[in-house]
Design a protein around this ligand. Structure first.
Ligand code: NCD
Length: 306
């Protein structure tokens, strides 16, 4: 059974096909409105979410399908002590495809080994978030006309931000991507990301604390929220949470073709005054997330039917 746990579960050709399908859905939505008639998506969310869960649900409805699920662990039998394995075996009896978010790294992988339907990882702890990465890649491709030959700055919580980890893994497979990693010392990218992904793929990279110093070199600036729920100590969170706040003034030195991205939710890290700047892409990213999830649901259901 084909699932999506890690972005590398998809080949580059498959990612290209998903982008092509998503662009076609954007151009011809009516063509897709009955494709999943009679099918059910289950959204199993053991951690909070707005965009990911609702975009999966909207995606399935726009394909003509139906949705069941829960949005917090406390309203499911996991509150009674049920294992993830038993929950997904149960849900496999009710649904044709599962989207699961869980605070424990690896939980969706375990789920995919027990489920008899495709499982999509909708975020596991500080680890991976492959469907956000697909939304990010669709956004980069639509904004830039290609994915490659660009300098991408990641700013904020590079230690715990799973969207950062998944997107860097994805970008490591494209040509000529230079990384600029901007974070406080305590929130630097994990060592395994450097050795197993960045250095292994010979990606040129620089690390800095200073966003202003590198702003003018960037084609993409990917801002992130400091991941409060993954801190052991509230005092550390409070000290670090406002390390970077993007304002119109800070963008004065940026390229006119810069794309400012953010997986959202934002807390303080992008001032709302930036929303009016044509370089702000984060709400386009939200919309793209729904379309690429439609393309992914279609693909996985087609493969499951083979
Ligand atoms: C992200 C996540 O859940 O990792 N949100 C999302 O799905 N768009 C980013 C975050 O929570 O900071």
């Amino acid at each position: 059974m084909r699932s999506l746990i890690n972005i590398t579960d998809l080949t580059l050709d498959e990612i290209d096909e998903l982008i092509v399908t998503a662009n076609d859905i954007i151009a011809n939505p009516a063509k897709y409105s009955e494709k999943c008639r009679g099918k059910k998506l289950a959204t199993l969310f053991f951690e909070p979410s707005t965009r990911t869960r609702l975009s999966f649900e909207a995606a399935m409805y726009e394909l003509g399908g139906n949705v069941i699920g829960f949005s917090e662990a406390s309203s499911s039998s996991s509150a009674k002590g049920e294992s993830v394995s038993d929950t997904v075996r149960t849900v496999s009896c009710y649904a044709d495809i599962i989207a699961m978010r869980h605070p424990k790294e690896g939980a969706p992988l375990v789920a995919s080994m027990k489920a008899s339907v495709p499982v999509i990882n909708a975020g596991d702890g500080g680890h991976n978030h492959p469907t956000q990465t697909l939304a990010d890649l669709l956004t980069i491709s639509r904004e830039k006309g290609k994915i490659g030959d660009m300098t991408v700055g990641f700013c904020g919580d590079l230690k715990f931000g799973r969207t950062v980890h998944s997107l860097i893994v994805a970008l490591s497979r494209y040509e000529n991507i230079r990384l600029v990693l901007i974070s406080p010392d305590e929130l630097r990218i994990p060592e395994y990301m450097k050795t197993d992904v960045i250095k292994k793929n010979n990606m040129p990279y620089a690390e800095t604390n200073d966003l202003d110093e590198v702003m003018s070199s960037l084609d993409i600036l990917y801002m992130t929220r400091v991941q409060r729920e993954r801190f052991f100590n509230e005092a550390d969170y409070i000290r670090l949470k406002d390390s970077y706040i993007l304002t119109p003034e800070k963008l004065l030195t940026a390229k006119s073709g810069l794309s400012v991205m953010h997986p959202l939710p934002r807390v303080n890290e992008i001032s709302t005054a930036v929303d009016e700047d044509p370089r702000a892409c984060y709400f386009k990213q939200v919309m793209n997330g729904k379309f690429i999830r439609m393309a992914l649901i279609l693909k996985l259901l087609e493969e499951a039917a083979k």
